[in-house]
Design a protein around this ligand. Structure first.
Ligand code: EPU
Length: 355
């Protein structure tokens, strides 16, 4: 455990932005983290670096969380409770689950980043959100260096949102996540159109969690750029959820506008995640409009401005072709936000954390 000076963070963020950390430390265990916390209180936690846009050098001590470990705490006939250290790579963990026949995370294959950050923004793809599999989250409170368990309910999960982005923002370092996964009778989620077509294409009949994972990997590889080849942070913006009134006005002008009806009091684009909860709360119909479509309609899809650009297959993904600065990417994002606001009256919200 040694503090290093002037380290380039380019290898540590999936956008591949070359900013420096004045001071940097690699943390390999919970004990090391606790030791550090006993002397340092003001730092910047860097995990998988997959949901970040770094626009400047980091003056605070950069703490790179590199804790490893996957442990089956207990299991019964149907479920297994698996505790995973925050620094484990998410996709490596997903593949481990597939190998051991633990079901629940297969739709979330190939999402970049580390396990510890998955609850913060409640990662989601192809009809599943990580909240569906999280049993509890363990966090270390920065203020007093003590651990606390957050149950699934305590986490207040929502679309790309949780208590760790709101009330408890910057108060805790997530040190591990315990998942509740199925051992048999897997609840396969192949309802997403692209998964179905992929399974049909390969003539798959008795679908397994591995088939779903393979299908998701193929779909993601065809649509989304690999951060190892082109820097990116996945979806840069959240999908937009608008009121019925706004939707109806827009639809008059844009007949081909894709949309999904969602219910709730708060914007949320994934109808599947809302279904259960709506029963118990007053909700109204809202309309999800894919942000990728809005960005494409404004003419940005595939456009390049220096080394900053918009991906050619998915307009929701901003990319760094090599040497873009964080500022350049952010300028492009703001240009897109302005254009979408002007054309559709919709304010796109960044999903990525801008630092
Ligand atoms: N669309 C366009 N042009 C584009 C992109 C999308 O018109 O360039 C329209 C199409 O009509 C398409 C619809 O948008 O049918 C939805 O597109 P897609 O299925 O690619 O999904 P998305 O809503 O754009 C969300 C997540 C992704 C996740 C996919 C699949 C958000 C912000 N993004 O994207 O998550 O992989 O669904 O479930 O919710 C991420 O968060 O980093 C991420 C990649």
């Amino acid at each position: 455990m040694k503090i290093q000076q002037n380290i380039s963070l380019k290898p540590y963020n999936t956008f591949g932005i070359a900013v420096n950390a004045q001071r940097y430390i690699d943390i390999a265990s919970l004990n090391e983290l606790k030791e550090l916390l006993s002397t340092e209180k003001d730092f910047f936690i860097l995990s998988g670096g997959s949901n970040l846009l770094l626009t400047k050098d980091i003056e605070k001590l950069v703490v790179h969380l590199n804790t490893k470990g996957i442990e089956v705490l207990h299991s019964d006939e149907n479920d297994a409770f698996i505790k995973v250290q925050a620094g484990e790579n998410w996709h490596v963990f997903v593949l481990w689950c597939i190998d051991h026949n633990y079901g629940g995370v297969e739709n979330l294959s190939l999402i970049p980043g580390n396990v510890g950050t998955t609850p913060i923004q409640n990662i989601g793809a192809y009809g599943v959100e990580v909240k569906d599999t999280i049993h509890e989250v363990e966090g270390l409170k920065i203020e007093n260096n003590t651990s606390k368990i957050f149950t699934n309910k305590d986490c207040e999960f929502d679309y790309r949102d949780s208590i760790f982005k709101n009330e408890q923002k910057d108060n805790y370092i997530i040190t591990s996540v315990t998942f509740k996964l199925t051992k048999n009778h897997h609840k396969l989620n192949s309802s997403y159109g692209a998964i179905q077509s992929e399974l049909e294409k390969n003539n798959i009949k008795n679908t397994t969690i591995k088939d779903i994972s393979d299908a998701v990997i193929t779909i993601r590889q065809s649509k989304l750029p690999d951060p190892k080849e082109i820097g990116n942070s996945g979806s840069f913006f959240k999908n937009s959820v608008i009121s019925k009134e706004q939707f109806e006005k827009l639809q008059e002008k844009h007949l081909n506008m894709p949309f999904y009806e969602v219910k709730g009091n708060k914007p949320h684009p994934d109808p599947d995640s809302y279904r259960d909860r709506d029963v118990n709360r007053k909700s109204k119909i809202l309309y999800k409009v894919p942000a990728g479509w809005l960005v494409e309609q404004c003419g940005f899809k595939g456009k390049r401005f220096g080394d900053a650009g918009v991906h050619k297959n998915q307009a929701l993904v901003l990319v760094n072709y090599g040497n873009a600065t964080g500022k350049e990417i952010w300028e492009l994002a703001q240009k897109i936000q302005k254009a979408v606001l002007k054309k559709f009256g919709i304010a796109l919200e960044a999903e990525v954390n801008i630092i």
